[in-house]
Design a binder for this molecule. Structure first.
Ligand code: ADP
Length: 702
C-alpha cells in the first residue's frame, strides 16, 4: 500500500549541503550504552533503523578527546584510528541500507566524567559545575586558557576528519545539553572578560570558530549540522530570544539545524516521559527559530503520530522530523508509514525505560524486546524464524505483557494454534488498571499495539473471561502450555528492607488496601479518610496511587524508606514532576522512614537514625513488594506423568509469575520464550554474544 495522501510530504527528499536525505525522518543522536565499546551491537542496532527507512541515523554523543572521557556513560568516542575503525563498522552497516550516517561531536567541559582519563575538567571560567551525579570527580574545573581553546577546537577538527574518512555524511557539532559550548554560551558559567566572554557574540565565538574550522576541514564532503539546545532553562540557560540570535550568527556555517529544547539539567523538557510533556509541544518554539534561518530545520518533540509529524512539516515550522524514542520502539516506523501500515506501528509509550536502563549500562525498551538484541541475540524487530515443527498447539494462560508477547511471537513463528486465555474480560493483565493512574494513559499503547496484532493473526485466538484450573489446562488439548499468570502485591506489608510482614497488619482488613484492591476491585477507604500510602518499592505505583486518591479528595500521606518519593522516577526523569504534583495536591511526603507497626488508627516506624516516627491514619495502602502467582504452574509440574499422559510436552512459566519485574522485563521474557521455543531448554536463555570478551581475544591473537 502507498502512504496515505496526507503523509506523502514526509517522503520528500531534503538537500542538506552536499548530501540529500531520502525522506524527512531523521534518527537523531541518542545514547545506546553500546557505542564503540560494543561496536557490533552498536552497528547492528543502528543498521536496523536504517533498514526501517530512516533517512539519517546518528551516533550518540561522540567525545573528541580524553578531557571529555565520559565512561561509565556511553560516548561513542572518536579519539583515534582504532575508534574510527569501530565507527566505520557502524557507518558501513547504515550505508548498506541506504541511509546517511551522522556523528555528533561532543565535549562535556565542566560536565565531563573523566573517570578513566583523570584529566582536570575544562570550563569557560573555572566555576564548579552544578550538575548532580552522575558526574566526574568533585572539584573546581580549570578555566580554559587560549591554548586550551585552540587545542579543543583542533580536537573537533581532527575528530571531524576522522569521521569523514570513516564515511560519515553528516558532522553534527553538539552545542547543547549544558556541555562545553553551551557552557561558553551561558553567562552563568562564562564570566570571561576576554573575547570569549561578555556579549552573546563573544560567548558564541568558541562555538562559531569551531564550526567554521570543522566546515573548512570537511564541509566539502559532509553536511555540517549543529545540535543547539534552545530556550534552555535554569539559572545558566539562554532565552529563546538569545537562541534566535545564535541561529542567525551561525546560519552561514551550517547546512542543517538540529534543535532540541532543554538541556542536561532540565532534560526535564524534551526528554521527559509522556506523563510530563505532550507530544509536539515544541512547535511554537521551533516556529521562532524557523523565521531566523533559511537552512533546513530538524526538530524533536516526542513525536509518535505520523499525522502530527506531517502537520509539523506542512506548517513549515520544521523540515525534518527528529526522533529517538519512537525509533527505539519501532525501528521500522518510516517504512510502516510509507506502506500505509499505521496500525502496525509499535508506538512509543514515553515511559522512559530507555533512559533509565541506558544509565545502568544496557539500553532496553518496554515496547520493543529486540532493541539492543539485533547482534547480541540476532533478533530482528520485524522477522521471526519459522518454527521447525509448527504442528504445535500452545495454550498461554494469562494475557498480561508476558503472555501477550509470547503468544504473538509464537503465532508469528507459525505455530498451528495459539490460544491466549485470561480470567479477565480484556487483554493487558496488570497493565490494564495501571493505565488508569493519573498521567499514565499512554502506557495503554502497549496493550493497543498487541491487541491489533492479535486480531490480525489467524492462528492466535484470545479467549477472555475464562479462569483455568490445572485440570482445565490438562483437559485443554494443548501440546505446550505457557503459564503467565502474573503476580500480586503483598497484603501484609512484606518489604524488601525488612523481609518481614508489617506488625499489626491483618490481610484484607477494612482499613488496609493493596493496589489491586483499589485499582482492580475498586475498593476505597471511607470518604474523608486520611490515607497513608506506604511505598517501599519506589517505582510508579505508590506515587500513582497517592495522586489518584488525592485527586479523589482524600487527605494523603506517602511514607517511604527511600531518600525520595518515587525514587526510580529520577532515572525515568519524571521524579521531580511527580513530587511537585503530589506537593501541589497537598500530599505530605515522609522520606527515609521504615514502618514497623500498623496500629489501630496510626502507623509507627523509624527514621534513618532509628528515631521514632508516628502518623495518625485512617487507612493504609501497602505498596511494598509483589509475589508471583504461580500456583497453577506448581500444580501442573507437580504431576509430570499426568501431563505426559494427556499429551502436554512442556509447561513454561514466564513473566511476573516467575519473578515480578517491570513490564520491559516480563515482556522481554515472553518474547525470548517465543524466539527460543525449540531450544533444548527454553527455561534458560541461550548464550548471547558478549563483545568485550571477543575483542580481548581478537587482540591477543594479533
Ligand atoms: P505479566 O506481567 O507477567 O504478564 P500480569 O499480572 O500482567 O502478568 O498478567 C497476568 C494475567 O494472568 C492476568 O490478566 C490474570 O487475569 C491472568 N490469570 C492469572 N491466573 C489465571 C488463570 N488461572 N486463568 C486465566 N487467567 C489467569
Amino acid at each position: 500500500m502507498p502512504p496515505a495522501d496526507h503523509h506523502e510530504i514526509l517522503f520528500e527528499p531534503v538537500a542538506i549541503g552536499p548530501k540529500t536525505l531520502r525522506n524527512r525522518f531523521y534518527n537523531v543522536p541518542h545514547g545506546t550504552a553500546y557505542g564503540v565499546l560494543r561496536p557490533s551491537t552498536w552497528a547492528a542496532y543502528r543498521a536496523v533503523r536504517a533498514e526501517g527507512g530512516w533517512a539519517a541515523v546518528s551516533t550518540e554523543f561522540s567525545s573528541v578527546g580524553p578531557s571529555s572521557d565520559e565512561f561509565p556513560l556511553h560516548s561513542s568516542d572518536i579519539w583515534d584510528e582504532e575508534d574510527a575503525r569501530r565507527h566505520k563498522l557502524m557507518v558501513d552497516s547504515v550505508h548498506a541500507h541506504g541511509a546517511l550516517a551522522s556523528i555528533e561531536l561532543h565535549h562535556g567541559g565542566a560536565h565531563a566524567m573523566r573517570r578513566i582519563s583523570r584529566e582536570p575538567a575544562l570550563s569557560p571560567s573555572g566555576l564548579a559545575p552544578e550538575l548532580p551525579p552522575p558526574a566526574g570527580p568533585p572539584g573546581t574545573p580549570k578555566a580554559m586558557d587560549l591554548d586550551d581553546i585552540e587545542r579543543i577546537e583542533q580536537a573537533f577538527v581532527d575528530a571531524a576528519v576522522r569521521a569523514r574518512d570513516a564515511g560519515y555524511d553528516i558532522v553534527d557539532v553538539l552545542a547543547g545539553y549544558g556541555y562545553l559550548f553551551a557552557q561558553f554560551l551561558s553567562p552563568f558559567h562564562n564570566h570571561r572578560t576576554d573575547s570569549y566572554g561578555g556579549s552573546l557574540e563573544n560567548r558564541a565565538r568558541f562555538w562559531l570558530e569551531t564550526l567554521g574550522s570543522v566546515r573548512d576541514a570537511v564541509g566539502a564532503d559532509c553536511a555540517i549540522a549543529t545540535r543547539l539546545s534552545i530556550e534552555t532553562q535554569g539559572p545558566w540557560g539562554h532565552s529563546l530570544d538569545e537562541s534566535v540570535e545564535l541561529v542567525r550568527m551561525a546560519d552561514p556555517l551550517v547546512d542543517l539545524w538540529d534543535l532540541n529544547v532543554g538541556s542536561v539539567l532540565d532534560w526535564g523538557s524534551d526528554i521527559s516521559p509522556s506523563r510530563v510533556i505532550p507530544e509536539g509541544q515544541n512547535m511554537e518554539i521551533f516556529g521562532r527559530i524557523r523565521r531566523a534561518t533559511e537552512k533546513p530545520v530538524l526538530g524533536v518533540s516526542r513525536w509518535t503520530s505520523p499525522d502530527l509529524m506531517a502537520q509539523a512539516v506542512r506548517s513549515g515550522v520544521i523540515d525534518i522530523v527528529g526522533s529517538a524514542r519512537q525509533s527505539i520502539a519501532d525501528p521500522f516506523f518510516p517504512s510502516k508509514v510509507q506502506e500505509g501500515r499505521i496500525e502496525d506501528i509499535r508506538e512509543c509509550m514515553g515511559i522512559n525505560q530507555c533512559i533509565s536502563s541506558l544509565d545502568r549500562g544496557n539500553m532496553t525498551c518496554a515496547q520493543n524486546a529486540t532493541a539492543g538484541e539485533e547482534y547480541r541475540r540476532g533478533w530482528h524487530p520485524e522477522r521471526f524464524e519459522p518454527l521447525t515443527r509448527p504442528d504445535v498447539s500452545v495454550l498461554v494462560v494469562g494475557a498480561g505483557p508476558a503472555g501477550m508477547e509470547a503468544a504473538i511471537g509464537l503465532a508469528k513463528r507459525g505455530a498451528e494454534m495459539v490460544h491466549l486465555v485470561d480470567a479477565a474480560e480484556h487483554l493487558g493483565g496488570h497493565l490494564r488498571s495501571v493505565v488508569d493512574l493519573p498521567g499514565l494513559r499512554e502506557w495503554g499503547r502497549f496493550i493497543d499495539h498487541r491487541m491489533v496484532q492479535i486480531e490480525k493473526l489467524p492462528n492466535l485466538q484470545f479467549i477472555p473471561s475464562t479462569r483455568l484450573s490445572a485440570e482445565d489446562v490438562r483437559d485443554y488439548g494443548a501440546s505446550h502450555v505457557v503459564v503467565a499468570t502474573g503476580a500480586r502485591w503483598s497484603g501484609t506489608g512484606l518489604t524488601p528492607g525488612t523481609h518481614a510482614p508489617l506488625e499489626g497488619v491483618v490481610e484484607g482488613a477494612d482499613r488496609v488496601f493493596t493496589p489491586e484492591q483499589l485499582l482492580v476491585e475498586g475498593r476505597r477507604p471511607a470518604g474523608g479518610s486520611h490515607v497513608t500510602v506506604y511505598d517501599a518499592e519506589g517505582v510508579y505505583m505508590g506515587a500513582g496511587i497517592a495522586q489518584l486518591l488525592a485527586d479523589e479528595g482524600y487527605a494523603v500521606s506517602v511514607v517511604t524508606p527511600h531518600a525520595q518519593v518515587a525514587a526510580e522516577g529520577d532515572l525515568t526523569l519524571d521524579g521531580p514532576a511527580i513530587r511537585a504534583s503530589l506537593h501541589s495536591s497537598g500530599v505530605a511526603m515522609h522520606r527515609e522512614i521504615t514502618l514497623t507497626v500498623a496500629d489501630q488508627g496510626r502507623v509507627l516506624g523509624v527514621g534513618e537514625f532509628e528515631e521514632p516516627f508516628s502518623l495518625e491514619t485512617d487507612a493504609l495502602v501497602l505498596v511494598t513488594m509483589r509475589a508471583p502467582l504461580d500456583d497453577l504452574y506448581q500444580e501442573l509440574v507437580s504431576d509430570r506423568e499426568t501431563l505426559a499422559a494427556v499429551g502436554i510436552e512442556a509447561v513454561h512459566r514466564i513473566g511476573d509469575a516467575l519473578s515480578p519485574r517491570p513490564i520491559a522485563e516480563s515482556m522481554f521474557e515472553g518474547h525470548r520464550l517465543a524466539r527460543e521455543f525449540e531450544s533444548p531448554d527454553p527455561a534458560v536463555a541461550l548464550p548471547y554474544a558478549r563483545e568485550p570478551l571477543r575483542l580481548v581475544l581478537e587482540d591477543r591473537r594479533r
